[in-house]
Unconditional design. Structure first.
Lengths: 77, 146
């Protein structure tokens, strides 16, 4: 089972793609998902994360089948 | 309560009138207050001119977070009904971005819940603005103060 990863707005532009797929391993966290996909790029400051459409901390556990998203501060309204 | 994302320009006062007619079929005589907020795109931001704007969202999460924000308002105040419409896609200056309307029995709850909805939306709902200034486009990095 895999983890679907999505990027939005300025972060997507910076990375040059709107998502990635990651093979699930045990003990994975939100921070671990980023580190596995971007070993040479630290998570930009103020980046927000979500797991399955809920805001998540970087320490939150990620499991097979989860959807993880990374995005900059929101600016709606 | 109705929460919708709108991919095309909408007329907030006409939307409000149409929804008011629906509210009246259920709640006529019960509500004594309606408070509303309309947010409109300016032709300037942070000291520079803005020609057009694109509003990106996270399909699925944006709708879900808006529902969560509405439910939080409903828990805090005795809200009878509400309407929340938010644009996505390409906008021109002068076009409405967001409409929030709240019906309650008395005015204090209507003002408070309406303010809560727009402030929570701005803080938590996943939308991102990209402005075209004429000298190039850039992502808006933060909300302007209330």
């Amino acid at each position: 089972m895999t983890i679907q990863v999505k990027y939005f707005a300025s972060l997507r532009d910076r990375l040059g793609r709107d998502g990635d797929e990651l093979e699930s391993v045990s003990g994975l966290t939100v921070a671990g998902v980023w580190a596995a996909l971007h070993p040479k790029t630290p998570l930009p400051p103020n980046t927000l994360a979500a797991v399955n459409l809920e805001y998540a901390s970087l320490e939150q556990a990620v499991r097979a089948g989860d959807e993880v998203a990374f995005f900059p501060p929101v600016t709606g309204g | 309560m109705r929460v919708e994302l709108r991919p095309a320009s909408f007329a907030p006062l006409a939307e409000l009138a149409a929804y008011q007619a629906e509210v009246d079929t259920r709640l006529l005589g019960q509500y004594g207050a309606l408070s509303m907020f309309i947010g409109t795109m300016r032709d300037f931001n942070d000291g520079h001119a803005v020609q057009t704007m694109n509003l990106e969202h996270y399909p699925g999460m944006t709708e879900y977070q808006l529902q969560r924000i509405a439910e939080a308002a409903w828990r805090q105040w005795p809200v009878l009904d509400g309407l929340l419409l938010h644009r996505v896609g390409a906008l021109q200056p002068g076009e409405p971005i967001v409409l929030v309307a709240v019906w309650t029995a008395q005015r204090a709850a209507a003002f408070s819940a309406c303010r809560f909805l727009i402030e929570e939306l701005k803080a938590k709902a996943p939308f991102w603005k990209r402005e075209e200034t004429g000298q190039g486009a850039h992502w808006v990095s933060h909300n302007t103060p209330a």
